[in-house]
Design a protein around this ligand. Structure first.
Ligand SMILES: Nc1ncnc2c1ncn2[C@@H]1O[C@H](COP(=O)(O)OP(=O)(O)OP(=O)(O)O)[C@@H](O)[C@H]1O
Ligand SMILES: [Mg+2]
Length: 360
């Protein structure tokens, strides 16, 4: 072997002080811009500390608005403060059946389940017995609960609320992106639950900047990114749904691109390239759900075009065009900005993806 191909690997100049700061499960030191939500949830859960009944919580809001982070943050504080509380975090993306959820709950009570498996009713019976004898209050968090079919979800929640009628009860924290989640449950379950709504809203550019500054401080070496560019990242992600995940991802991807090119600073070019990449990934995820007509409609939109110019093209009726525009705006496929043209206000359309992606 003449020269090992990895011989120069150690020499790479890195922009990162600590790359784990950009991991999805990284827990920041401080949570910015979520004081109201944190204090509302804290208020709902605090009776548990004195072994009183707490109220169940329904957290809802758009993606990347801190729902999972804030919930885990509060619960970690709660269990380190009070030894008579335990919590179980379930993500319905991986556990979406009644059986797998009850199985996880059984483990919280250290119930040993036989290898041959047990029927759900039997597991439920054992949980019920353990709950009545439990020396701690169990909190069950079901994140992304909308991933469970509404029938199964109604059944699980009905059972958990019914068992809670006894002295010992479960405290439920349900998290969803779907504002109407509760209305999809069956009537019996709706009337057995009393959920306190805690809405999470999209982050503003200013809030995103605060969140980003902390990641920059702990994750990157000094002076890798200018304040203006942090502002750009915040603005970009504010326009893409006020999503902190997009903001952190853009910061990370542009740092990685700069690193790959051997530069110790994030340049505007790298920032724009990473932004394009993120948009393309997001758009590709949505593209498969578009109809033929919607694809043709999108192909006819030029970036920066006025809505009135698009209506004149008559690709679909004006009514449908308005409906599509508002749908695509909600899905962050495009955005509409009001401009003042001297002759009154007009609306301009901006695409959040590269048009080449439509023909791929
Ligand atoms: N206020 C905040 N301060 C610091 N980091 C934040 C804040 N809000 C969100 N983040 C970070 O942004 C990312 C997304 O947050 P989180 O996973 O909590 O969003 P979510 O609302 O649960 O989204 P989804 O609905 O897609 O599950 C995470 O990496 C999280 O650490
Ligand atoms: Mg989440």
């Amino acid at each position: 072997m003449k020269k090992n191909i990895f011989a120069d690997s150690k020499k790479i100049n890195t922009l990162f002080k600590d790359e784990s700061v950009f991991d999805i499960d990284y827990c920041p030191e401080e949570i910015h811009a979520r004081e109201r939500e944190t204090s509302e949830i804290k208020h709902l859960l605090s009776p548990l500390i004195t072994k009183k009944k707490a109220q169940d919580v329904l957290i809802y809001g758009p993606p990347g608005t801190g729902k999972t982070l804030v919930t885990k943050f509060i619960l970690n504080h709660l269990i380190s403060y009070s030894s008579n509380i335990k919590f179980l975090y379930i993500n319905a993306i991986s556990d979406k059946t009644k059986h797998s959820i009850l199985h996880k709950i059984a483990l919280l009570f250290d119930i040993v389940l036989p290898r041959r498996g047990l029927a759900v009713d039997e597991i439920f019976q054992r949980i019920k017995e353990s709950l009545s004898k439990a020396s701690f209050t169990p909190i069950i968090v079901i994140d992304e609960i909308d991933q469970i079919s509404s029938d199964a979800c109604s059944e699980i929640l009905y059972d958990l609320s019914r068992v809670s009628e006894n002295k010992n009860r479960f405290c439920l924290i349900l998290i969803t992106k779907n504002k109407n989640f509760f209305l999809n449950l069956d009537a019996r379950t709706q009337s057995s639950l009393f959920l306190n709504n805690v809405p999470f809203s999209r982050y503003s550019p200013k809030q995103l900047k605060e969140i980003l500054k902390e990641r920059v401080e702990y994750g990157l070496i000094k002076d890798v990114i200018s304040d203006d560019f942090i502002g750009y990242v915040a603005g970009f992600s504010a326009k893409r749904g006020g999503d902190a995940r997009i903001a952190i991802d853009l910061l990370y991807k542009s740092a990685k691109l700069s690193e790959k090119q051997g530069s110790l600073k994030i340049s505007k070019k790298n920032l724009l390239e990473a932004a394009k990449l993120i948009d393309s990934i997001k758009f590709s995820e949505k593209k498969s759900f578009l109809s033929e007509e919607q694809m043709v409609f999108l192909k006819n939109i030029e970036d920066g075009m006025l809505t009135s110019e698009l209506y004149k093209k008559q690709i679909v009726s004006e009514r449908s065009a308005r409906r599509y525009l508002s749908l695509f705006e909600k899905q962050n496929i495009l955005r509409i900005e009001e401009i003042n043209t001297g002759k009154g206000r007009k609306r301009k359309i901006f695409l959040n993806f590269e048009k080449d992606l439509l023909s791929m």
